[in-house]
Write a protein of this length. Structure first.
Length: 579
């Protein structure tokens, strides 16, 4: 009985700590505020027009009409109050039933989650639980997922975005605390510190770089040249850095350095998106209506690009990182030329002018723009001319109206669209046809984005129910009961105590897995396993495993590793290229 009371108190405290309003991301909150203000203004204007057109009449018929109108309005008002009271009572009763363990009317899956929630809370610091959906049969690819590291006590508030550098060794994170943090793999920490020190020493000997409007291109070129000269080959510096890291003792068991390599301060509101260039430049956009340019070697902001409204998304051009694309809530898509600090091209979306996501497709030939009303516009990159549009919505039902597009991801000819109807849709870019719809995660009022695994065989996404969800993109078994364009067979990982606001795959999981092998092996094994292994194809990488990085509303970042099981009869040795 005492245990039941403690369970109830724990659930109640947890429910009070995470109210439903906490799931609302800043973009949704601001757009709803604007629409509410617009609706009030239109209603006031309409009411004023009606008052002006209606003249008071002392006749009895006019009094009867006014009385009838009053009765109708009072009745609708009272019925609304009654319905609201009933809904609140139902929510209170259901929450009490849930917390007290009375789950007989709940689905079996929710009953299990309720009964084991306390155990899961206690196991946050240990191995997470992977719960494949019981209604679907295996095989389950991620049932061996393990939590290997946590990055806590850095971010204060939600983490809205996470992006890996193109080399896969650096991770940039940002969110509610307005600060960008760059994390590095543990065995590369010394290497990147040496690069930064070498650049700083070189910059002191030479004349200071001016950030004038005409000299920004020269400054960017100098930074890029210095970084290339200081990093002749990555492999030469890795040996010394790994030898030093072996002496660090307790930190040797970590895959990423426990503290950020660098932090960037300059934004005055939430940071909503990040983008990396090949030469370690970083773009950040936020609710302070700016896009800021940073570089790994410099602590200060290199340039600030002012906008008219909140900048929700940004992306470097794939083939020329002197240009980048920005999307804003003012509905304008801008192509910026960084050296000139000017807008080279721009276009404006139609109807609901709220841009919420951006991505380049087909090797940078087209730009895809996601909007608040659930559409994806395609524009040519060279002139930003309209090409086509996709309506991201269901053909019928409650999701027939468009919902906010929260994220866009690309892998080959596949476009992944995440939206606030708790659906993830995969389109074929060759004919713009809907290939598959993935269901399971809860994403109704958040800026959660789904993303592909490096080989494109899996999809990962955060969720408002505190789980990390994983789907497979492979063809489902042929069955009359299974639709080829629907996939609600998911696996989910519980390792967070708050809404999972971001989840991504590491683009080069072998970098993480090699560190874990070094930790498991002895001194002799480390000497042979030190070089970074570059797998020849996606199939070999999948045999080794995957790495998922997830973050939540409390600022906690988790590193999850899933080692792929070796099938019986297969060899334990793989052909590798040694860098």
């Amino acid at each position: 009985m005492k245990e039941t009371m403690r369970d109830e108190e724990t659930h109640l405290r947890h429910a009070q700590c995470i109210p439903p309003q906490a799931f609302v991301d800043p973009i949704t909150r601001d757009v709803e505020r604007r629409m509410s203000m617009k609706g009030h203004q239109q209603a006031a204007a309409k009411g004023g027009e009606e008052d002006g057109l209606t003249s008071p009449s002392p006749s009895a018929s006019g009094g009867v009409e006014r009385a009838a109108i009053f009765v109708r309005e009072y009745g609708s008002f009272a019925s609304g109050l009654f319905r609201g009271a009933i809904s609140r009572a139902r929510s209170i009763v259901s929450s009490r039933m849930f917390c007290s363990g009375a789950a007989s009317r709940l689905p079996k899956e929710e009953e299990e989650s309720c009964n084991e929630s306390d155990k899961e809370e206690a196991m946050v610091d240990s191995i997470p639980i992977v719960r494949p959906k019981s209604a679907k049969k295996g095989p389950f690819d991620f049932d061996g997922t393990r939590l290997v590291q946590e990055l806590n006590n850095e971010h204060t508030g939600a983490v809205w975005c996470m992006k890996f550098s193109l080399c896969g060794r650096l991770l940039a994170t940002a969110g509610q605390d307005n600060i960008i943090r760059v994390w590095v793999l543990r065995n590369h920490l010394t290497y990147f510190n040496m690069m930064r020190e070498r650049y700083n020493a070189h910059s002191k000997k030479t004349s200071a770089i001016s950030m004038g409007e005409n000299l920004l291109q020269k400054a960017m070129q100098e930074i890029e040249n210095d970084f290339r000269s200081s990093s002749t080959t990555l492999g030469e510096s890795l040996e010394s850095s790994e030898c030093r890291d072996e002496e660090s003792g307790a930190e040797n068991c970590l895959v990423m350095a426990p503290k950020p390599l660098c932090t960037y301060r300059g934004h005055t509101a939430d940071v909503l998106d990040l983008s990396w260039s090949r030469s370690y430049f970083i773009l950040s956009s936020g609710m302070d209506r700016t896009v800021k340019l940073w570089h790994l070697s410099r602590p200060e902001c290199l340039c600030c690009f002012q906008h008219m409204d909140f900048v929700t998304c940004i992306a470097f051009m794939p083939k020329d990182d002197r240009y980048f694309l920005s999307g804003s809530l003012d509905g304008k898509l801008r192509l910026w030329h960084i050296p000139d600090k000017k807008v080279a091209l721009w276009n404006e979306v139609e109807q609901v002018k709220f841009i919420t996501a951006i991505a380049f497709v087909k090797n940078g030939r087209f730009a895809v723009v996601g909007t608040y009303d659930g559409r994806c516009f395609f524009y040519t990159t060279d002139q930003l001319k309209y090409h086509t549009v996709i309506d991201v919505r269901s053909s019928r039902g409650k999701n027939a109206r468009g919902h906010k597009v929260t994220g866009l991801a690309v892998h080959g000819d596949k476009l992944l669209v995440t939206s606030n109807d708790s659906r993830i849709r995969m389109y074929d870019l060759r004919d713009m046809a809907l290939t598959c719809k993935f269901k399971g995660a809860q994403n109704e009022r958040s800026q959660i984005r789904a993303s592909f695994s490096p080989d494109g065989k899996h999809i990962v996404c955060g969720s408002e129910d505190r789980y990390v969800y994983v789907w497979t993109t492979a063809d489902l078994p042929s069955s009359l009961a299974v639709r080829k364009d629907r996939n609600d067979s998911w696996q989910r990982i519980r390792c967070h105590s708050a809404c999972v606001s971001a989840a991504i795959f590491a683009p080069r999981p072998q970098l993480f897995l090699s560190l874990l092998e070094q930790r498991r092996g002895g001194t002799e094994e480390r000497r042979y396993e030190q070089p970074v292994v570059h797998l020849k194809n996606a199939q070999e990488r999948q045999l080794h495993g995957d790495v998922i990085i997830s973050a939540d509303l409390s600022g906690s970042i988790k590193i999850l590793v899933n080692r792929t099981k070796i099938k019986a009869g297969s060899s334990n040795f793989f052909t590798t290229d040694i860098a």
